[in-house]
Ligand binder design. Sequence first.
Ligand SMILES: *Cc1c(COP(=O)(O)O)cnc(C)c1O
Length: 477
Amino acid sequence: MKYHSTRGNAPILTFDEVLLAGLARDGGLYLPESWPSFSAKEIRSFAGMRYPDLAFHIVRPFVGDCIPEEDLKALIDDAYADFGHAAVAPLKQLDSDLWLMELFHGPTLAFKDFALQLLGRLFDYVLTRRGERVTIVGATSGDTGSAAIEACRDRSQIDIFILHPQGRVSEVQRRQMTTVQAANVYNIALDGTFDDCQDAVKAMFNDGAFRDRVSLSAVNSINWARIMAQIVYYFAAGVALGAPDRPIGFSVPTGNFGNVFAAYAAGRMGLPVSQLVVGSNRNDILTRFFETGSMDMLPVEASLSPSMDIQVSSNFERLLFDLLDQDGAAVAETLSSFRATGRFALAPERLQRAQRLFDGYRLDDETTLAEIARLQRETGEVIDPHSAIGIAAARVKRRADVPVMIAMATAHPAKFPDAVERACGIRPALPANLSDLYEREERLSTLPNDLNQLMSFVESNRWPSNQGAAVSSERSA
Ligand SMILES: *Cc1c(COP(=O)(O)O)cnc(C)c1O
């Protein structure tokens, strides 16, 4: 399997190269040159498979001969072994035609664990074979940081530094990051805002000498391997509810467009996906786009579903590539004018093509709270604000010819206890394996918003500077 860039002007890469590169050199995102595709008979045979076995079938063609099958199998088994539900991604029926897929049984209680648990292991495996190491640096406003830390903890070829704005993430979110006791994990509470954290990370990547000295890397949401891992649960949901013999619709609460793009990819691979509903909060740029064909950037506003407080959905570029008939130059031109003017529009016939599959729906905070309350009242299910948006969008937008709609539950309600309690009067409890989160010891370093101090902190703590006696034994594997 070979990968090309959405902007058509970067080297063609193999899977392991794409994994480590993240962003393409022309600024584009990598996609497989052709989609592996499964016959109806093969898809039928996926029904009832253990989740990691299904994952192996879906992932194998993307990895190609970069990783021997036995090793790939072991990495996948290990990635999903610690999920808190035997089904890994269980389904719940909410209504005669509406189901919920729970994607929050991973170690940090959000769907990002599905991709990052595998990504951390793939990184470590590929780096070990190449005899290389990386330093991962990232900024988080709360959710992504903990999933990245859990994915990279104790990996022998990785040091990870995550910056969060001091005092500006919730206590659950902070503790999920700072209570991880692993020698290669560094939490930095920056005296500044989330934008300051992001700017600092960007500045480190832009400093070529520093970047090379510490082998800087990232596990951000544009990494192809994250999308790849997310395709699996769409197949799992589809075959459980009648695919390939009956069409399936999905409703996905969306921010960077990565999760819903994985559903689209499952469709390209043979799953009969007949509708995709994109749920948004008041930051509704995608909903407006699917209604009008015009992408118009507005300022980001805070909402009760903070992981969707996004205006520029980086993974949308992957869909745009198809909508523009895989013309890399046209993608590059469209996005550079979007950067310059905050706006672009799609020709009507291309919009119609997108609308054949996609619908958008927005909920404000008020209606999000109402949906949490309604679902709790009618079914007893307590859901988080992101998942509520997906469910409400599924109800409103399901087309008459889509017999089964599956809404993706992207976070555990206990990650957003204040909003949930406000909506339905119930304060959701953390699952048993995290119930002592508030008693665990925290480890973090508070640093001023000063690039030089940040860079020297990274440089003096990363391998090999951190090879103390206690550490080296853990790292010898
Ligand atoms: C990241 C996240 C989203 C948005 O997912 P995208 O892949 O960026 O569209 C939705 N809900 C939750 C809980 C998240 O953490």
